[in-house]
Design a protein around this ligand. Structure first.
Ligand SMILES: *Cc1c(COP(=O)(O)O)cnc(C)c1O
Length: 365
């Protein structure tokens, strides 16, 4: 219904239509307003550091009269210290989506296609289309693994998440390094949205490769999706070019509140590590429970599991869960139409999910 009214509203004269930059937008997971068990957008089930809550409470609204610091110094300095790099090696933005989008605009300008996997974060394709960047999508292998040799051919740039989304598969650092090393003349972006749940980061390689950008977010491991903070780590030259593009666009991307809250999150490392650890523990337990029910999934190193059941249709399962007020993510796109992506919630949320899954599976047989 909604789509139809949209279409009539967009009933433009074809010549006028030609003037417009048209794109097929990214479709985010649902954000239901009623109380549900929400395991569909990889949010963190735990609150951010209590220090974030404290500074929020202490915020002086009068401060909002003033523009925020355009260079976001307090946050870049805090992140630089945290990662052991110089201040000019960090670029911050409004969520990693903002950072990634700016990276596409800044770094992917060749005639040759950029490369990213056929099954990955679906925003990459949207930005490529929006900015008119040619792209090709090498297929993950039948086990959903990246085939690194596919990225050795001539290209205009490379981007992939590690761990990949929605598969949750983590590739070891030597694998990532091979891809970077084989592409010395183009920019390689490693999207590390889930790295805190996984293993070694490509940030270690920044000093050795001048073509590497590592992108991170506060939305998953730092429980701050609603605050919109993301950042890139790279060498000063590439960060400088990113800043030039940002300042040509909007100088004040980061609001005052986000800057202050971001700093508090990074400073409370003990709390951060503890909440990441809890999620990993729940994930490992969830793997054994799902296996007992007959689910199959690639080994997850993220805060979600990409699962299929050989005897139960994924779409049907998705609908049945939704009726029980449990939201997981389902795409129904090619090669993954039998898969659900389940975010790791609290142990209690997972218990409820598993009870519901058992009921769905029992009803079928
Ligand atoms: C969640 C996610 C992002 C975007 O996160 P932001 O909330 O915009 O920081 C980027 N890449 C991947 C792979 C993600 O899963």
């Amino acid at each position: 219904m909604e789509e139809k009214s949209m279409e009539t509203k967009r009933n433009l004269n074809p010549k006028l239509l030609k003037q417009i930059r048209r794109v097929e937008p990214y479709v985010p997971g649902e954000q239901p307003q009623q109380k549900v068990i929400k395991l569909n957008t990889n949010e963190n089930p735990y609150p951010p550091s209590p220090n974030v809550a404290r500074v929020l409470k202490e915020m002086d609204a009068d401060r909002l009269r003033l523009y925020p610091d355009p260079s976001a110094d307090v946050l870049t300095e805090t992140l630089a210290a945290y990662h052991g790099v110089e201040n000019d090696q960090i670029f911050v933005g409004v969520g990693s989506d903002d950072v990634l989008s700016m990276c596409f605009l800044t770094f992917f300008n060749a005639e040759k296609p950029i490369l990213f996997p056929d099954i990955t974060y679906s925003f990459y394709k949207v930005w490529a289309q929006l900015y008119r960047i040619p792209y090709e999508c090498p297929k993950l292998d039948p086990d959903f693994r990246l085939v690194k040799e596919d990225y050795y051919r001539e290209n205009g740039g490379v981007i992939f998440p590690n761990p990949n989304a929605p598969t949750a598969i983590y590739e070891e650092l030597d694998f990532v390094e091979d891809v970077i090393a084989h592409n010395p003349d183009v920019i390689v972006i490693v999207d590390e949205a889930y790295i805190d749940f996984a293993g070694r980061s490509a940030a270690e390689l920044i000093d050795r490769y001048d073509n590497l950008i590592v992108v991170r977010t506060f939305s998953k491991s730092r429980s701050m999706a609603g605050m919109r903070i993301g950042y890139a780590i790279s060498n000063p030259a590439l960060i400088g070019y990113l800043n030039d593009v940002k300042y040509s666009f909007n100088s004040y991307t980061m609001n005052q509140t986000a800057l202050v809250c971001g700093v508090e999150s990074v400073k409370d490392d003990a709390y951060f590590k503890e909440s990441v650890e809890k999620i990993i523990e729940t994930r490992e337990w969830a793997k054994t429970e799902l296996t007992k029910m007959g689910f199959e999934f690639p080994d997850s190193r993220a805060n979600f599991i990409f699962a299929t059941h050989p005897k139960k249709d994924a779409k049907q399962l998705f609908e049945e869960l939704k009726q029980k007020q449990i939201y997981v993510r389902y795409w129904g796109s090619s090669r993954i139409e039998q898969y659900l992506r389940i975010t790791i919630g609290t142990r209690a949320e997972m218990e409820t999910l598993f009870a519901a899954l058992r009921a769905c599976l029992a009803a079928e047989n």
